[in-house]
Design a protein around this ligand. Sequence first.
Ligand code: CA
Length: 237
Amino acid sequence: MAEVLIIEDDDRIRPLLVRGLRECGHTVTSAPTGMGGLQLAVDSGPDLVVLDLGLPDVDGTQVLSMLRAVSQVPVIIASARADDPSLVGALDAGADDYVVKPFTSTQLDARIRAVLRRVEAGRQRPSTITVGGLAVDLAGRRVHLDGTEIDLTPREFDLLAHLVERPGEVVTKRDLLVEVWRQPWGGSDKTVDVHLSWLRRKLGETAAAPRYLTTVRGVGVRLAAPVPDVPAPTEDG
Ligand code: CA
C-alpha cells in the first residue's frame, strides 16, 4: 500500500477521503491549502499526491508546477468538473490522472493503484520496444523500420509510442485524444485519423493495405507485427 498525500480544502471531503483511503490500507496525510500541501509533499516524500484544483491560496495547477520543479511524484487531480479548462493545464503540467467529483474513496483507491502500477511498469520498461521490424526507442525518441531510421514529428512519435507500448491491443481514438493529445474532452476523431494516415505513410503502408497499423472500424486502431505473406498455393499439375 502507498503513502498518499491529499491536498483538499473542502472540510467535508478531506476527512472522508483520509478515512476512506486509510480503510483501503494506505498511509494518508492531508493539507487544506496549496502551500501547506506543497511543503508536506517536499518534507514527507509521499508515493502519490491527490490534488484538488480549486484551492484557497494557490491555484492547484500552480501547486503542481511548483511540485514538478522538485519532484516526479505521481499526481492525481481531483476536479470539480470534467470540462474544467484548468484540467488540461494540469495534465500538461504533468498530472498523471484525474478524477471528477463526486467520487468515492474506493474509486480513488482504484485510480491510485492503477497510477502506481503504471509508474512501476515505466521504471521497469525497456527503453526500446520492438514489434516486428519496427524498433521504437522511447527515451531517445528515435524509430527504425527494418533497420532504417524514419523521421517522425513529435506528435507522430507520441502516437506511435502510445500504440507500440500496447502491442496487439485495440486503442480507441478517445484514448488517443486523452493520452496523446491531452484532450480529456472534446477533440476530434478526425485529428487522430489525419495523424494516423501521416504515420502510416511514413511506415510505408496505407489503411487499405495495413502492415503494422490496423483500423478496427468503429473502435480504434491496433498496432501489431505484420503477418508474413503466405505464399500463394502453387498448382503442381
Ligand atoms: Ca476545493
